[in-house]
Design a protein around this ligand. Structure first.
Ligand code: PMP
Length: 394
């Protein structure tokens, strides 16, 4: 049987990590994988998470199963963090998932259950795993233009032109904030226009929010999701706790299905429970429990929010320093987009050859589409990167 297996395409980002590890140069800079790193290159455990972990060790009395949708305390706390009071609680069905990836995967499965012929519209570009999961599941998808390669900002005119072709029941996948890989995000007015179009087309928004608190702040980053939930009758939301709680390996995420009225919630909740049961039964609990403790304890929550602000501000500082350095070197404003982008990533707009030159000649590692992880930089490496960018003719 196994001889019929085909070689699967290697994950480009993981392959890049391997190349980086093998590079003997001690001046090398890793801007590849999407993990937050502090100025010393470490991915720390957040203070509040560590404190909650210690408390949990004392307080936890059983490791017996939770519910199929996970611990209700977790779904309540995280759905409130993401959705605020944009929709009545009774309209939300939610299930814990293994990470944001699990939420995306279960979200697509929910789409299949509801409409096996649905088409999913995806931003061009998007997180490559969106495409790979859709392909794996055999779900039809169509890209919509999103990024203006010239200005490195959202190509809103073409985005709207493409989404005008959406059909009733189609799903439109949007990034809640901190778009991966570009760093370019919709403004409030643009969210409003997208909502109006989707309402007119009777398309269903699915929002992937994996970086809440990494862009403009916890509340501001949820603005788009909340506007959509206030206005649209049905919304699917996949949330990840990997980045904003720094618990990557604990695999903590939440899938939410928001309905137009509470009468639908029972059916939606039953479907989410069913899908968890088929795919892995009970979702992982450790990370979810830590998140719940942090969100529900006022002291832990305040400390977590403060540390998240430090993380966010440090990335903003790095963005500004890099934009300033490039302005100085090029005597132009053409790299100002780096300071305007939000989140961990920016698409630099370099050709694959220039990306290769950066790696070969300067030991600077970024994804082939020129996505850089801003958190991979520090005050010392920024001038090195800026010089290399200019020398590579970008
Ligand atoms: N969505 C997007 C857009 C992401 O960038 C990521 C993380 N790379 C995820 C979802 C899922 O992250 P995780 O499964 O690690 O929670």
């Amino acid at each position: 049987m196994f001889e019929s297996l085909k070689e699967q395409p290697a994950d480009k980002i993981l392959a890049l990590m391997q190349l980086y590890r093998e590079d003997p140069r001690d001046t090398k800079i890793d801007l590849g994988v999407g993990v937050y790193k502090d100025a010393s290159g470490n991915t720390p455990i957040m203070r509040a998470i560590k404190a909650a972990e210690k408390m949990l060790w004392d307080a936890e009395t059983t490791k017996s199963y939770t519910g199929l949708a996970g611990d209700p305390g977790f779904t309540e706390a995280l759905s409130t963090l993401v959705l605020g009071d944009s929709v009545p609680r009774a309209n939300i069905a939610a299930a814990a998932t293994p990470g944001g990836t699990g939420a995306v995967r279960q979200g697509f499965d929910l789409v299949l259950q509801a409409n096996p012929r649905a088409r999913v519209w995806v931003s061009d570009p998007t997180w490559p795993n969106h495409l790979s999961i859709l392909k794996h599941m055999g779900i039809a998808f169509t890209p919509y233009r999103y990024f203006d390669a010239e200005t490195r900002s959202v190509d809103f005119t073409h985005m709207i032109a493409d989404l005008t072709q959406a059909m009733p029941g189609d799903v439109v996948l949007l990034h809640g904030c901190c778009h991966n890989p570009t760093g370019a995000n919709l403004t409030g007015a643009q969210w409003k226009a997208v909502i109006e179009l989707l309402l007119e087309k009777e398309a269903v928004p699915m929002i992937d929010i994996a970086y809440q608190g990494f862009g403009d702040g916890l509340e501001q980053d949820a603005m788009g999701v909340r506007m959509v939930c206030e206005k649209m009758p049905e919304v699917i939301i996949a949330a990840s706790c990997s980045k904003n709680f720094g618990i990557y390996r604990e695999r903590t995420g939440l899938l939410m299905a928001v309905a137009k009225d509470a009468s639908r919630t029972k059916l939606n909740q039953g479907t989410l429970n069913y899908l968890n049961r088929q795919n892995y039964s009970f979702p992982p609990d450790h990370g979810a429990r830590l998140v719940t403790m942090v969100l529900n304890d006022p002291d832990l929550r305040a400390d977590w929010a403060a540390e998240l602000e430090e993380v966010r501000n440090s990335m903003l500082g790095l963005r500004q320093q890099l934009a300033d350095e490039l302005k100085r070197l090029t005597n132009s404003d053409r790299f100002n987009f780096l300071a305007q982008h939000r989140g961990m990533f920016s698409r630099l707009g370099a050709t694959p050859e220039q990306v290769e030159t950066l790696r070969r000649d300067h030991g600077i590692y970024m994804v082939g589409d020129s996505r850089m992880n801003i958190a991979g930089l520090n005050k010392t490496t920024i001038p090195i990167l800026a010089n290399a960018i200019v020398k590579s003719g970008i």
